[in-house]
Each structure stands twice: as C-alpha cells, then as structure tokens.
Design a protein around this ligand. Structure first.
Ligand SMILES: NC(=O)c1ccc[n+]([C@@H]2O[C@H](COP(=O)([O-])OP(=O)(O)OC[C@H]3O[C@@H](n4cnc5c(N)ncnc54)[C@H](OP(=O)(O)O)[C@@H]3O)[C@@H](O)[C@H]2O)c1
Length: 325
C-alpha cells in the first residue's frame, strides 16, 4: 500500500509518500481501507518528537480514521467486509497513530472492539473530524468539567479541532460561549457560527475582554489547551469557584502561573486526558442526528501531508484538515 511515512523525527521534509507493507489482521482485528484521515496537533508532535515519548521510526501517524472494512479477523463478530466505520484510536495495545501504526495510509489494522459504526448520512471526511476532537471535548466538558447549560465558557484556540468541538458542545447544551482565536477572520467565522462573544487574542487582552463579556463576574469555565503565556491570564478570566480545564499545552507545558487567583477565587484546575469508546460513539450519533456539525477546513490528497502539516503549523485553517488516500 501507499502511506505518508515519517522517516525520522524532525521537520516536514522527513515525511515521504511511499510504499509500506500491507497490514495483516490478528484474530480480533479488522483491516480498514482508509477513505479519510483527520489531522491533529498530535501528528505534529509525533513527527517532531516528544521528550520522554519515543516513537519507533519509520512511522505512520494519524488516529482520526474513517473508512470501509476490507478484511475481518477470524474471531471477529458483528462486523463485515464493506461496513462503513470510524473508530476510537485509544486501543488496549496503545494509541493508533502514536504507538501503533496509524491511518495516514491506504489501510490500517484496527482492533474490532474499537470500531464505531458510521451512519450513511455522515461522510468519511466529516467522520475523520470526529473521534479525537469531539471525544476529547466530550470528556473534558462533561465527564471532567460538568458543564451546565446556564454557564459561561471561555474557549481559547476556538478555531482549531478541539476548540471548535468545545464551541459546538457548549452550544448544544445551551452554555454562553466566549470564543477566542488568533485572527479577525477566525473570529468572524465563530460569530457566524453563533458564538455569543468573540475575542481576537492577538489584538486584545483576552483575560480582560472575557471579564467584561461575562458582566465583570468572570467565566464559570475556561478551556485552555494552549498553556504557555496564556495560562496565567486564563486564571484571571475565571469567576469565583470557576473551573479551568486543560487537555494540552500547544504553546508550552511549563507556564508561569499566579497562585493568588487559585486561592482567592477558589478555582478548580481540572486536567482531562483522552476519551472513551462511548465519548466517540456518542459524538458520531450527535453528528448523525444533526446536533453537531464538524467543520472541514481543507481536504488534501494523502501525498500532500507535508503541505497539510505546514498549514497546521502556520495556523492557517479553521476546523479540521483532512487527508484522503
Ligand atoms: N490530552 C488529550 O487527550 C488531547 C487530545 C486532543 C488534543 N490534545 C491537545 O489539545 C491541543 C489542541 O489540539 P488540536 O488538535 O485541536 O490542535 P489544532 O487543531 O492545531 O488547534 C489548536 C489551536 O490553538 C491555537 N493556538 C494558540 N497558540 C498556538 C500555538 N502556539 N501553536 C499552535 N496553535 C496555537 C490555534 O488557533 P489560533 O491560530 O486561532 O490561535 C489553533 O487553531 C494540542 O496541544 C493537543 O495535543 C490533547
């Protein structure tokens, strides 16, 4: 098969579109013929290398997979060749695209227990925007964050994969959404999508703007997966007894903080990691029922993975970048 292979860790030049041995299924596995694979910031981290997290090279990343079952292992039941599927990439053996060979290829091996049926009214490209972003947001907002309909939620990085999923889940349950992004264009898109208030954090002090937008009370929930210099101002944007939720640190995992806000405002800082099969399956159902509408920003042929990753690094997209083999 053909695949977009990371030959060694480092820059985009290390991605080579080339032949790779076809995967074979174990007894409990299926082989999925990949029709679309969504890009995540994780794919950038896997390619660049993460301290303390070695990935065997050469490697194929890609965990947000949608496709059709091509081959079924001998002990698999309930799934057949030709079924449309997406999947939960967090398997018992490790994460597909980070620890197990991923879906930025024509085919991928998947444990059958991780499959999620894909309804006919959800396209492969849309499905490739669901598992990691919506699964992560679902766990962070509801399982960890206990978001309530009447609450005000500030979302940083609202134009990206996890960010837009947070915006849409918040809207789905009736929360007030303050969405922050890095350009006026992205803010306009977020307004068109119904965000109650938008903040361009490149030109505005987002902490002060969110404070004002919340009627000088502060936000019940602040979503920060950026870290770095955005961390301390995020604490300032939260209201007394508010929750600050984090699932990542795109701009730096060792930020400066301000402990005074934690005790004076009695803030809860809650981490959230990963997602369950149910988080993914429920997200797919919400999309099929029209309650969530993932935004596909760009679709690239798989051989253009380098170009797609450059676009993600340059922050020149809104929603999800998808690759098709
Ligand atoms: N723990 C977990 O299970 C889990 C799961 C999924 C994702 N994550 C983490 O969540 C974060 C977001 O992931 P994602 O896939 O949604 O990423 P993404 O699609 O690239 O979106 C990230 C957004 O953050 C904003 N941003 C702010 N500062 C940035 C910077 N220095 N570099 C790049 N973007 C920056 C960008 O929007 P603007 O240009 O508008 O600022 C961008 O759209 C990542 O750190 C990822 O590792 C964690």
């Amino acid at each position: 098969m053909k695949a977009a292979v990371i030959e060694k860790q480092g820059g985009i030049e290390n991605i080579v579109y080339r032949d790779w041995e076809d995967p074979t299924p174990g007894d409990a596995d299926v082989i999925v013929s990949v029709r679309a694979c969504g890009l995540n910031h994780l794919d950038i981290f896997v390619r660049r290398g993460m301290p303390g997290f070695p990935v065997p090279m050469p490697f194929i990343s890609g965990g947000d997979i949608a496709g059709v079952i091509e081959e079924v292992g001998s002990s698999v039941s309930g799934w057949s060749k030709g079924d449309r599927v997406t999947l939960n990439p967090q398997t018992d053996e490790g994460m597909i695209g980070e620890e197990l060979v991923g879906g930025l290829a024509e085919k991928v091996r998947v444990p059958s227990k991780n499959l999620v049926k894909l309804p006919d009214n959800v396209s492969f490209e849309t499905a490739a925007a669901i598992p990691i972003n919506y699964g992560t947001a679902h766990r962070m907002l509801f399982t960890r964050g206990h978001l309530h309909p009447s609450e005000t939620m500030l979302i940083l990085g609202a134009s990206g994969g996890v960010g837009l999923a947070c915006v849409q889940f918040g809207q789905m349950v009736g929360a007030k959404i303050i969405a922050a992004a890095g350009t006026d264009e992205k803010c306009d898109r977020l307004s068109e999508m119904g965000a109650d208030h938008v903040i361009n954090y490149q030109s505005e002090d987002f902490s002060r703007a969110a404070w004002l937008a919340s009627g000088k009370e502060g936000c019940d929930v602040v979503i920060n997966f950026t870290g770095g210099e955005t961390w301390a101002p995020s604490l300032r944007a939260a209201k007394k007894c508010g929750r600050v939720l984090t699932c990542g640190a795109t701009a730096g995992h060792d930020p400066q903080t301000d402990l005074r806000y934690l005790w004076v405002r009695e803030l809860d800082v809650l981490g959230s990691n990963s997602y369950s099969q149910e988080d993914v399956a429920r997200s797919v159902d919400y999309v099929a029922d029209g309650k969530l509408s993932p935004v596909v920003s760009h679709i690239f042929p798989l051989e253009k993975l380098g170009k797609a990753e450059q676009l993600m690094e340059d922050r020149g997209f809104f929603g999800k970048i998808v690759l098709t083999p």
